[in-house]
Design a protein around this ligand. Structure first.
Ligand SMILES: Cc1ncc(COP(=O)(O)O)c(C=O)c1O
Length: 442
């Protein structure tokens, strides 16, 4: 029988636990190519679970090409050509069900702050919705509150009427792309996968630009999408000289710089780096999001675009009414007015400031940090094999650990992207143990 233990107390479903355990047995060499797995009936009896649990796990492993079936003979560890340890199948960038994902984008939400969240929604429930279609730019009071916050926290002085409320970063990017003239879009490589998909979905060509090199030429591009405060996912702050070079290239090509300012509030060593848009409002479209400070499921963000693009989007929104819904905007307004967002950001910053060094202490002996400690994730450079081993070890322990290679298009960088916002302290400790185990195996 297989040396596997399932734990009913864990939130991970039993089939996922079993599949993860078998993957672990293959990656650690306990099971090798051609080994026959026990029949589902025998293994179910041995583990004391329903046969369907084993069947589901085997189906999953079959779909991922870890095992193969031979008619009438049973289930076997797949042969070398198909074995994911040697040839990993393309991994969807989405969450894997049953695993705790160390997601780079999921923030810490302190359960102690839920009372304020509920208060905001109670206020929404007694407010009277505006008559007719809402302001295409977004709720005026919300834009006022956002303008105050942008000036205070990002050094960006804008009037409320220059702000457009969006349904998050990708929505803002999509709207900008719809307003821009023809041309390609430069995107950092490695870079934010949702931005790449958004550009492609808009029918534009993505120009891969090595993430840490300065942009000096934007010929043929309508825009450059960048993450200057915290390059996603390498973590670097864009140096001042590179900022100036990017702006000069944008002016020369009459292109727009799209600044995705997704998590700049979460610096814990120094004050947040000022927004690039503060240097040149006529060239830079600034995208902010509530996903990191409030929660990603709220689907709200804001866009400060150069005037012509702003007008274009407002005109289109006036016709199409595709502004975010009023209740969500009203709730965010209440959260901002109550000082809730500031409080949550302060608390989360303390949590990250505590966790980031723990991640660094665990991984630094085995991998090289890609950037300074900031935000809710850190990226670690390794050779491809240790990264794959760490991912497999994470899997066996019930964690989905993103690989840096999955953020790369042409770039050839390997390692791990370790998100530490969306997990508990205990989960993080277990995940780090597993990752370090995988890294140290070699
Ligand atoms: C680089 C980057 N930008 C933006 C976001 C947030 O996107 P949205 O505002 O669409 O939730 C994330 C979330 O993970 C991100 O990693």
């Amino acid at each position: 029988m297989l040396p596997v233990r399932l734990d009913r107390a864990r939130p991970t479903p039993l089939p996922a636990q079993l599949a993860a355990a078998v993957r672990g047995l293959v990656t650690d060499g306990t099971l090798t190519t051609g080994d026959r797995l026990p029949s589902s009936r025998a293994l179910a009896a041995d583990l004391g679970v329903a046969r369907a649990v084993v069947e589901q796990a085997y189906d999953q492993l079959l779909a991922e090409a870890w095992v193969e079936t031979r008619r009438g003979a049973g289930t076997f560890v797949a042969s070398g050509e198909t074995l994911p340890t040697t040839a990993p199948p393309p991994r969807p960038a989405t969450r894997e069900p049953g695993y705790v994902r160390l997601d780079a984008g999921t923030p810490w939400i302190d359960p102690r702050h839920l009372a304020g969240w509920r208060r905001a929604w109670r206020e929404v429930s007694i407010a009277v919705p505006p008559r007719g279609y809402p302001d295409p730019r977004g709720l005026p009071d919300l834009r006022e509150a956002l303008a105050e916050r942008l000036a205070r926290t990002r050094g960006l002085t804008v009037g409320p009427d220059e702000i457009l409320v969006t349904a998050g970063t990708t929505d803002g990017l999509r709207q900008l792309l719809g307003a821009l003239g023809p041309g390609d879009v430069l995107v950092e490589d490695p870079g934010y996968r949702a931005a790449v998909e958004t550009v492609r979905a808009a029918g534009r060509t993505v120009v891969d630009h090595p993430a840490l090199l300065p942009v000096t030429d934007l010929a043929g591009c309508a825009a450059a999408y960048v993450t200057p405060a915290h390059q996603h996912p390498l973590g670097r702050v864009m140096p001042a000289a590179d900022r100036l070079s990017l702006l000069a290239a944008a002016r020369d090509a009459d292109a727009v710089v799209v600044e995705d300012d997704y998590d700049s509030e979460f610096r814990y060593d120094v004050a947040p780096v000022p927004a690039l848009a503060a240097l040149d409002r006529s060239r830079v479209a600034y995208l902010g999001t509530a996903s990191k400070s409030v929660c990603p499921s709220l689907r709200l963000g804001w866009l400060v675009a150069p005037p012509a693009l702003h007008e274009h989007i407002v005109r289109r929104r006036t016709v199409m009414h595709d502004t975010p819904s009023w209740p969500g905007q009203h709730a965010l307004l209440t959260l901002l007015r109550d000082g809730w967002v500031d409080k949550v950001v302060r608390t989360a910053r303390r949590v990250y400031a505590d966790r980031a060094p723990r991640v660094a202490a665990a991984l630094a002996p085995h991998a090289q940090p890609a950037g300074p400690l900031a935000g809710m994730y850190s990226t670690w450079l390794t050779d491809p094999a240790p990264a794959e081993r760490a991912r497999a070890a994470g899997h066996a322990a019930g964690f989905d650990v993103p690989l840096l290679a999955d953020y790369c298009r042409r770039a050839d960088r390997t390692g791990l992207v370790v998100g530490f916002g969306g997990v508990t302290d205990a989960e993080l400790a277990r995940a780090l143990d597993a990752i370090v185990g995988g890294l140290a195996e070699g």
